[in-house]
Design a protein around this ligand. Structure first.
Ligand code: GDP
Length: 303
């Protein structure tokens, strides 16, 4: 229900555009399909997906003899969900949380996308579930990043392991793992610096952090979550591609979906990069982070 509420803005904007489109066309003809294709591209579902869906829709509308806008809309929703769920078998939306051992989750992403906020929200959720949670402030590059995580630590009532600004991120992670073991913690969230400006350095830094983690826990990190700002549309796609080159991303956190009509980016990223969206951010509040549900999401775009 929260997802539906949070998506109101996305939803309204997208359905508004769609309704205008339907109002402008008395008949579902070739001009309509061309406009629809453009509308889907504008919503950032991705060029290939837009073409594919429009093609399939042409066939389907013919087959089902769909003439009313509600019929056409139903077919579009079906197609979007189908295109999203095609790869469901090979992908897993759930976070890989160990039952009895320490789970380590790395967060990557550029500044301002909502990394710290998402970590804080997630830490709070797991704490409320009764898990012992720790956070590591391994973004030592940006002065404000550590303080920001500490603020979220207070909000989420979760301890933050921190080092000095400008210090070695891997050393902070090492300390955090020691502490997590000492306290028999369930989950450790690691905030990292996402400086894409220097890819080689970023790659080295993440590799070093991973090595330190793996020395202590061989099968960790259990997730590497890339945080992307949905309002940046195709830019988010570019970042996703770049991070994929730098490290093994296991899932995406798509933030700020409450403030954008570009919700189609979810489909584009899934279809083009094959990385599952695991969580979506729907606001600035501590409870505004949700597991991603494709059917609900796509249906929400139109209702
Ligand atoms: P970081 O630099 O990646 O750690 O980004 P922050 O966590 O500091 O977030 C940057 C800004 O985005 C802050 O003002 C957050 O409140 C805001 N923000 C984060 N997630 C969301 C979201 O899902 N919706 C909205 N509307 N704002 C968000």
């Amino acid at each position: 229900e929260k997802m539906t509420k949070g998506l109101k803005k996305t939803r309204r904007s997208f359905s508004q555009v769609f309704n205008e489109l339907m109002a402008n066309f008395r008949r579902v003809d070739e001009d309509f399909f061309e406009e629809l294709e453009e509308t889907l591209i504008t919503a950032d579902v991705g060029f290939e997906t837009a073409m594919k869906i429009t093609d399939e829709l042409r066939q389907e509308v013919k087959l089902q003899n769909a003439k009313k806008s509600s019929d056409v809309q139903r077919v579009i929703v079906e197609k979007l969900v189908a295109s999203y769920e095609e790869q469901e078998e090979i992908e897993n939306n759930e976070l890989n949380i160990k039952k009895n051992d320490l789970t380590v989750i790395l967060f990557v992403g550029v500044n301002g996308v909502g990394k710290t906020t998402s970590i804080g929200k997630l830490a709070n959720q797991y704490r409320l579930e009764g898990k012992k949670v720790l956070m590591a402030a391994a973004d030592t590059f940006r002065a404000g990043a550590i303080d920001q995580l500490v603020v979220w630590g207070e909000r989420a009532q979760v301890e933050v392991v921190r080092g000095n600004a400008g210090g070695d991120p891997a050393a902070v992670v090492f300390d955090a793992i020691e502490k997590a073991k000492e306290q028999e913690a369930d989950i450790l969230f690691v905030d990292t610096a996402g400086r894409l400006q220097n890819k080689v350095n970023l790659m080295k830094e993440l590799e070093k952090i991973k090595r330190v983690i793996q020395r202590e826990i061989p099968d960790a990190p259990h997730e590497v979550l890339l945080v992307l700002d949905a309002t940046t549309g195709q830019n988010a796609m570019v970042q996703a591609k770049q991070f994929k080159e730098v490290t093994d991303v296991t899932g995406l956190v798509l933030t700020k979906l409450d403030g954008t009509a570009k919700g189609g980016i979810v489909l584009a990223i899934r279809n083009e990069l094959h990385i599952p969206v695991k969580l979506v951010g729907l606001g600035e509040g501590i409870n505004d982070l949700q597991a991603f549900k494709p059917q609900e999401y796509v249906t929400g775009l139109f209702s």
